[in-house]
Write a protein that binds this ligand. Structure first.
Ligand code: GLY
Length: 317
């Protein structure tokens, strides 16, 4: 009988500007820790990495404070279009949807596409898939996101990106947030998986494609798996998730791969963050933005990066 590997998990709810109020930090912490706790319990019960990733993404998509699923930000025309991807590290198989509307959990579409010959669908293709799968219609719009859009429209969409979390007091007025959610898991079989889901940048022009449903923003193999958050264009320019995973495949440790990739990202003045796990169970994270809303279970205890502010670009456990 093979010995079970100790499972690991790290999740994120975006990256961005300073968290303003301590009360706000505590409520984000509670949300993230609760999800980590629930998914870790499922992993201990033997759930596979891809299933655990999908369940974690569903919980994050269902929480309106995060920019994915319900609570997604609106695009320039006032519509919500979401993107999500799932990568199974064992099969090294990527699937995803781009700019899909009126669905509760875009990550479920990415899961359905894992076994399809056509594994990344956009717009009409994703809408057809929804009909084929008879997924119930769901309006992910929240009142707060609508108010944000109306307020921003008055200012002619000056922000680079919409707020990271759906609580006004959490976001500084001077700086925009960079919302996305992501889950990376190592299961008891020693297999990795990663999922990422987003409402996009917010206020973007119609047809803009997010990094979240590209290997730049969501990538995993049997060596390592990484989910990114931040300005999609910056993540694509760095090809960040794939870059880190390839470095691990070529022999760097996960923390070293994060260090090197984030040093380069900062030199290139990118605004982004990432989380990852490798096959040995090392957990790492990094950010060039002010905050990274991430929480993890290292096999012993739950921790998070909410108040990590020591000036370093990366961290690990
Ligand atoms: N990282 C999310 C986006 O830019 O769409």
């Amino acid at each position: 009988m093979s010995i079970a590997v100790q499972p690991k998990i790290i999740i994120h709810g975006g990256a961005g500007s300073s968290l303003k109020s301590k009360g706000g930090v505590e409520s984000v912490r509670q949300s993230l820790h609760k999800i980590v706790e629930e998914i870790y319990r499922l992993l201990l019960e033997g759930m596979s990495a891809p299933c655990a990733v999908v369940r974690g993404c569903q919980l994050l998509e269902d929480n309106p404070r995060f920019n994915a699923g319900t609570g997604s930000v609106l695009q320039s025309d006032g519509q919500i279009r979401m993107s999500a991807a799932l990568m199974d590290g064992f099969s090294q198989r990527f699937s995803g949807v781009i700019n899909v509307s009126r669905v509760k959990n875009p990550i479920e579409l990415a899961l359905a596409l894992q076994s399809s010959p056509d594994r990344v669908l956009s717009d009409n293709g994703a809408a057809n898939l929804l009909r084929e799968l008879q997924v119930p219609d769901h309006d992910p719009l929240t009142e707060l996101r609508l108010l944000e859009w109306i307020q921003e429209r008055r200012g002619d969409f000056n922000k680079e990106m919409a707020g990271v979390v759906a609580e006004r007091e959490l976001v500084t007025e001077s700086s925009a947030g960079r919302g996305t959610i992501g889950v990376v898991v190592l299961d008891q079989q020693g297999q990795l998986a990663v999922g990422t889901s987003t409402g996009g940048k917010g206020f973007e022009r119609i047809g803009r494609v997010s990094d979240s449903a590209m290997p730049a923003g969501n990538y995993g193999t049997s060596h390592a798996a990484v989910s990114c958050t931040g300005i999609g264009e910056d993540i694509i320019d760095e090809c960040l998730a794939a870059r880190i995973v390839v470095r691990v495949t070529d022999g760097l440790t996960l923390p070293a791969a994060f260090d090197r990739s984030f040093t380069e990202a900062q030199q290139n003045q990118r605004d982004l963050g990432a989380i990852g796990i490798d096959q040995s169970g090392a957990i790492a994270w990094g950010k060039t933005s002010e905050v990274l809303l991430a929480a993890y279970h290292n096999g012993t205890e739950i921790g998070d990066t909410l108040e990590w502010d020591d000036g370093s670009l990366t961290g690990c456990v």
